[in-house]
Design a protein around this ligand. Structure first.
Ligand SMILES: *[C@@H]1O[C@H](CO)[C@@H](O)[C@H](O)[C@H]1NC(C)=O
Ligand SMILES: *[C@@H]1O[C@H](CO)[C@@H](O)[C@H](O)[C@H]1NC(C)=O
Length: 520
């Protein structure tokens, strides 16, 4: 078939048109990740940089400046958040009851929320610029959720730690408490009766704490710094178009989500294999032993371990027939054995990808856990705080991890756990199985995150994804008002029936006794 010139022109026009519908215009995006701990920002940087590479203009409020300028990527720095951070981490280690621990955390985030909002650079953004989309970490910093209203722009939430009852409330999702453990409770989805009871109590405590302590304080910040915003904080907070969760069912467990919640677990890993640095390669190639990699993440520094613990670790490592790569932040380690290589930084993904690395000794933070699963490596967990205990418990349940108490860390148990994990194939086999499940996805998690981000831009906030539960209160959402009335009615009916039966019974009994009296 031959096409006329007009037909050809028309077809090309249609083709171009269909292309423009699919594509989204370059947008001005504001991302808010000014956390003093590096994890949250490490997690989202590949995503934000990918958005910039796609032509969007990305402005990021943060506390870790880029070393090299990146096209379409602008830093707005809030360096003052680093003040007192080390001290706060120390204070965070103090043992508290659950309520006080929640208050401590809320206080820390309240301080952070205010520090950021009153920063001159941030104030200038608020007062002089316009944005088409706001991307925010959802972590007890509710006053920032007013940015969506302020800029009249849709918001995308990111949750580094996956999901919790507060995020469920924001998105109108429902997670059965019977198998959805609170992140900080150190439980997995398989709970005994008492653990389930504990989970319900802790989850309710969290919800109540947010209502009575966190929200009122955050409300005050909006009143002080964004006085023109009169909306209820609840309306501001339930206005996220999409929530991207750093979670995946291979890392956690299958669970219900509303369509506006998307699992993009591991989306920080855009792994392109690079050779290891020269000095590490030289060390590894000097003999052919298997390798163990030890890193406690960025908040717990090996150099600050108590001297007895350092001595124990070096002695145990020295006695092992393996090579050890140890993320150790001091240039020297007293008594360092020959088979140990220390450095203040390792290219973690490349180390984990190395075929001779057989074990990852880790604090079990979310980033490390997902990288371990990504590369199919077993983990020996030494959890310290927040979600780490849960991640390690989950790894133990899935059969690719063992966990030890970091604070007591008995020498014999430490050594025997390492030997067990290096010699028993089941750990690496299980790690590989989970890794295969993780990798079998229709779309790479980073591409999925970009897709949904542009979806929100294409559909002007995608309000069609809002679900009715977002405008209901807790009692309505959980049908406590309706089911409650039915239960009350049922109890009333039963009571009436019992009373009636009792009356009839008494009446009959009464007649009988009268008869008896008569007979007598
Ligand atoms: C945050 O807390 C520190 C003390 O830890 C204090 O110096 C600082 O003024 C506080 N910032 C705000 C905005 O309240
Ligand atoms: C909700 O988001 C829309 C953009 O999607 C914005 O225009 C509106 O002001 C926001 N409303 C509130 C109460 O935050």
């Amino acid at each position: 078939m031959k096409l006329s010139i007009t037909q050809t022109l028309l077809l090309s026009l249609l083709f171009i048109l269909s292309f423009t519908i699919q594509n989204v215009e370059s947008a001005k995006i504001l991302a808010v990740f000014p956390f003093p701990g590096p994890s949250q920002y490490i997690l989202v940087q590949p995503y934000l940089k990918a958005l910039a590479a796609k032509g969007h203009e990305v402005t990021v409020i943060n506390a870790f400046p880029q070393k090299q300028p990146i096209a379409n990527y602008r830093d707005v720095l809030v360096m003052e958040v680093h003040e007192n951070y080390a001290e706060l981490i120390e204070q965070g280690k103090i043992k508290r009851n659950k309520w006080d621990a929640m208050t401590f955390l809320a206080g820390f985030f309240l301080n952070l929320t205010e520090t950021v909002i009153k920063n001159p650079g941030v104030q200038k953004l608020l007062n002089t610029e316009k944005f088409d989309l706001i991307i925010l970490e959802v972590l007890h910093t509710d006053a920032w959720y007013a940015f969506g209203r302020h800029f009249k722009a849709p918001m995308i939430g990111i949750s580094s730690f996956g999901i919790d009852p507060v995020i469920d409330e924001l998105m109108g999702n429902m997670s059965p408490l019977s198998y959805s453990p609170l992140i900080t409770a150190g439980l997995t989805e398989r709970m005994t009766y008492l653990e389930r009871l504990k989970n319900v109590i802790l989850s309710f405590m969290e919800l109540i704490h947010v209502r009575v302590r966190l929200i009122p304080a955050q409300k005050k910040l909006i009143k002080t710094y964004l006085p023109h915003i009169k909306d209820d904080i609840w309306d501001l907070s339930t206005n996220f178009s999409i929530m991207l969760l750093n979670n995946h069912f291979s890392l956690s467990f299958p669970r219900p989500y509303v369509p506006s919640m998307v699992e993009v677990g591991g989306f920080q890993i855009h792994y392109k294999p690079k050779p290891l640095p020269q000095d590490i390669m030289k060390f590894l190639n000097s003999s052919s032993e298997d390798v163990i990699y030890l890193s406690m993440g960025s908040n717990v520094k090996s150099k600050d371990f108590p001297p007895e613990k350092l001595k124990m670790l070096t002695e145990v490592f020295g006695s092992l027939p393996y090579k050890i790569l140890w993320k150790f932040e001091n240039p020297t380690l007293p008594g360092k054995p020959k088979n140990v290589f220390i450095n203040s930084w390792f290219p973690q993904p490349d180390v984990l990808a190395h075929p001779r690395v057989k074990l990852f000794i880790s604090h079990g933070g979310l980033l490390s856990t997902s990288e371990s699963v990504y590369h199919g490596k077993p983990m020996l967990g030494l959890p310290v705080f927040y979600d780490q205990q849960m991640n390690i418990k989950k790894g133990i349940q899935s059969g690719f991890a063992l966990g030890l108490n970091f604070h007591t860390l008995p020498r014999e148990e430490f050594k025997s756990s390492i030997l067990e994990m290096m010699n028993n194939q089941k750990y690496i086999n299980n790690a590989k199985t989970i890794s295969n499940i993780y990798h079998d996805q229709p779309m790479k998690p980073l591409d999925l995150a970009i897709y949904w981000t542009e979806y929100v831009l294409r559909h002007k906030g995608a309000v069609h994804l809002k679900n009715p539960a977002q405008s209901m209160n807790f009692i309505q959402k959980h049908s406590i008002d309706t089911v409650g009335v039915l239960v009350a009615a049922f109890i009333l009916c039963i009571t009436i029936v019992i009373i009636a039966v009792w009356k009839v019974f008494k009446f009959v009994l009464g007649k009988k006794s009268i008869k008896k009296v008569k007979v007598n």
